[in-house]
Design a protein around this ligand. Structure first.
Ligand SMILES: O=C([C@H](O)CO)[C@H](O)[C@H](O)COP(=O)(O)O
Length: 210
């Protein structure tokens, strides 16, 4: 089980500062969608240049022009690129084909999917690398989480790795770990704390005990 740190509410220098503090405890660093919107793929490029040995995920949440957008993210240093599960099948297949060509990976974000099991089965057959259940900020705000969705996809996914994101905190981490995803994605649960390093190390320790 790996830990991904999501950086959403920072600019580029702040992102680099956060990663320099917690680098040893995280397996993947995500340049979040709000950062890409504010700073463009330059944020991915600068993070990769600052931490060349770190796996960098570009949270583009692609919806169309998938092959092209994956190729752009990869050319800026992304190792993993996200696409939305609600995108057309052709877009998902295009993203997977481009990532494979470049030796990189695709994470599909299940945000807003209604029939989780059916879509997860289809995505699994398209050869995506990760299928991620995700409660976005707007549903977190009304008290939702993705823990039951994680169990649902775990019951049908045979090939892809599974991931979970959305409001995960140290207090809720044991419930997440119990469902055994391959990747746990945490943003505010780490970046919102005073002592980032201590919090990241506690996440890492619990995940290692898995
Ligand atoms: O993908 C995300 C969200 O849509 C904003 O871009 C976050 O990175 C994801 O939800 C993880 O962040 P937290 O919910 O703060 O843990």
């Amino acid at each position: 089980m790996k830990l991904q740190l999501a950086l959403d509410l920072v600019n580029i220098p702040q992102a680099i500062e956060v990663v320099s503090q917690v680098q040893e405890y995280v397996d993947v660093v995500e340049i979040g969608t709000p950062v890409v919107i504010n700073e463009g793929l330059n944020a991915v490029k600068q993070l990769k240049e600052a931490f060349p040995n770190t796996t960098v995920l570009a949270d583009l949440k692609i919806m169309d022009a998938a092959g092209y957008e994956v190729s752009q993210a990869v050319s800026h240093g992304a190792d993993i690129v996200t696409i939305l599960a609600v995108a057309e099948d052709e877009s998902i297949k295009g993203a997977v084909a481009e990532a494979k060509k470049q030796g990189k990976e695709i994470l599909v974000d299940m945000i807003a999917v209604k029939d989780i099991k059916t879509r997860a089965k289809e995505l699994d057959e398209f050869g995506v690398d990760y299928i991620c259940v995700h409660t976005g900020y707007d549903l977190q705000a009304v008290g939702k989480n993705s823990f039951d969705d994680l169990k649902a996809i775990k019951s049908v996914v045979k090939n892809a790795k599974t991931a979970v994101a959305g409001g995960i905190k140290l207090e809720t981490l044991p419930e997440v770990i119990a469902a055994q995803p391959d990747l746990v994605i945490v943003g505010g649960g780490i970046t919102g704390k005073e002592n980032l390093k201590e919090t990241a190390s506690q996440f890492k320790e619990l995940i290692a005990q898995g």
